[in-house]
Design a protein around this ligand. Sequence first.
Ligand code: ARG
Length: 397
Amino acid sequence: MSRDAKSGGCPGSGDVSPKSAVCEANPVYAGLLPRAGRSLSEEAEAFLDLLSMEPAGPGVTEARRSEVLRDIQRHGFYEHTSEELLWGCRFAWRHSVRCVGRYFWKQLEVRDARHCAAIEDVAAGCIEHVRVATNGGAIRPLVTVFAPEREGVEPWRIWNYELVRYAGYRAEDGEVLGDPAEAEFTQKCISLGWNPPGSRSAFDALPILISGQGFPVRFFEVPKADVLEVAIEHPEFEWFADLRLRWYAVPIVSNMRLDIGGIRYTAAPFNGWYMGTEIGARNLADIGRYNMLPEIAERMGVLSRRENSLWRDRALVELNRAVLYSFQRDGVRMVDHHTVSDLHVLFEQQEAAVGRPVTGRWDWLIPPLSGATSPLWNRTYDPTEYSPNFFPQPMDW
Ligand code: ARG
């Protein structure tokens, strides 16, 4: 996600609501503000305060509170119960300022994989995540949580941006077959001994690279049968199928760090389902990605040297229609950008009604197609990233 941040400079981005107002209205959030130098006990307590306020949550007993503080004092560490982990993950989603799909935050499910001690088990846990989340197209929002960072132990890391992603093969002349965003990562996989399929295509799934806890980085392939993909066709243009475009069903972001109550989960892949424009207006359309607009416009007979013919826009709309149509045809869950924006308005209303701060990044919440048709266009957002949350972590492979 951090890789394809949209450019700023938008009406809403500079104008944030004052944090102090939020903290006065809801003092628990003051303890969840991003602040360096806070101790583990302070972070843990702030999280337990938040958890104890959650009407649908498990509650926090005094005994549990003292147990956590005692564990921290004795071992410099504490372990989340499975309920704390579940709600911690849900809060992390609720606080994700870049996500326009947060209306569904309470539906998030968690697979607890903290016991995985060998690198093969971590790989198997990732592959199982792909299967469970895909669910035959009825996609389930899911996080798999591996063991957190501990002092003196090299943390688990998944080096992929997402568990499923397509290779980008760069030729001598600089041309890329596949996804240019993955060209460097693909090279890394090959240097580690990964063999691309005999006949390379623009849509070859990459292996998963994992390291940590003393295991040097290794690659693992996701069985082909577990990767659900959708062939992109257009509801009217028969020639569209000849472009042989496809995309995978589930975006499972795997390179972010999940922070809950001061505990840092460095490997915690998570997914929701796609919004159509992520594929139709970015992955397949961006000039630096699959760059399909010129070819689509040509086949439509509208390609022109004149920008004011709006050939790009015409091709873009048809590509997005094709993506939405194809996912629906195959029964793979996906949301369009209008529906998801309406749901975000409901999410904001629900949050405000229970006195929680509504946060967001305007430049991420506005869809990359028909931005001003979104009901979020005229709103302003406070971009504060409260804890728990998902944070970018360095990709220094
Ligand atoms: N934009 C990313 C992609 O195209 C996915 C980011 C997460 N998206 C989501 N709908 N949960 O693969």
